[in-house]
Design a protein around this ligand. Structure first.
Ligand SMILES: CC(C)(COP(=O)(O)OP(=O)(O)OC[C@H]1O[C@@H](n2cnc3c(N)ncnc32)[C@H](O)[C@@H]1OP(=O)(O)O)[C@@H](O)C(=O)NCCC(=O)NCCS
Length: 193
């Protein structure tokens, strides 16, 4: 697939490029990433170079994973990253620590999910989200993007070394937001408030 750019009220979403390596290297050293993501740990400049120089362009070309940088304007610095994987159309995202809490990831997630379900990815009728249990900020982004929490029997994610699993939260989003979606988060997000 050829890379696709998206725009929201405050953001430009485009494929991250090699010139973003310095920021990606710095952001991905955040200890939260060790806990909540499966990005390499410890994270080095070589990891960023491989991600930007190979993974991102190859995954756009194959359609395996579509990855966007979040920027405030064309050519601006990378603030964070969001992607949709072909397998189950799973949404993933991270934001550089100093850019969090401004609603920017929620804005990007809405744009990516709506693009995906409006035919951006042919045949996609559902977008899927999961996070390690306790990742409140990620759950709030999923809620803001209209996801409905589901409770499958085996609600886990693999540990980063692949040898075990961790309890996880799961949610789905279809083209029209399920009327039960917002309330489906109450049990975990009100308990955490
Ligand atoms: C998850 C993450 C991308 C959210 O980014 P963000 O830019 O702060 O998201 P938003 O500003 O859109 O915030 C969404 C909601 O989360 C809340 N929030 C942000 N950081 C929070 C935190 N540390 N704890 C609790 N709530 C938080 C915001 O207040 C907002 O709440 P609201 O919907 O009630 O207004 C960011 O915290 C991050 O990069 N975390 C580490 C990587 C990660 O866990 N990725 C997801 C893996 S599944």
């Amino acid at each position: 697939m050829l890379p696709v750019g998206l725009r929201t009220a405050r953001l430009v979403l485009d494929p991250p490029v090699r010139a973003d390596a310095e920021l990606v290297t710095r952001y991905c050293q955040d200890p939260l990433f060790e806990r909540y993501l499966t990005t390499p740990w410890p994270y080095t400049r070589a990891d960023a170079e491989a991600f930007l120089g190979a993974h991102v362009p190859e995954s756009w070309a194959s359609g395996n994973e579509l990855t966007w940088a979040l920027r405030r304007f064309d050519g601006g610095p990378l603030l964070g990253v969001i992607s949709v994987r072909e397998a189950q159309h799973e949404l993933g995202f991270w934001m550089g620590a100093e850019h969090r809490g401004k609603g920017l990831m929620s804005e990007a997630a809405i744009a990516v999910v709506e693009w995906t379900l409006a035919g951006g990815i042919r045949g996609a009728t559902t977008v899927f989200w999961r996070a390690v249990e306790g990742n409140i900020a990620s759950a709030k982004v999923a809620r803001a993007a209209g996801f409905r929490r589901i409770e499958p029997d085996d609600a886990t994610v693999p540990t980063r070394d692949g040898t075990g699993t961790l309890p996880a939260w799961y949610a789905v989003r279809e083209a029209s937001v399920d009327p039960r979606a917002s309330a489906s988060w109450d049990a975990i997000l009100e308990a955490a408030a």
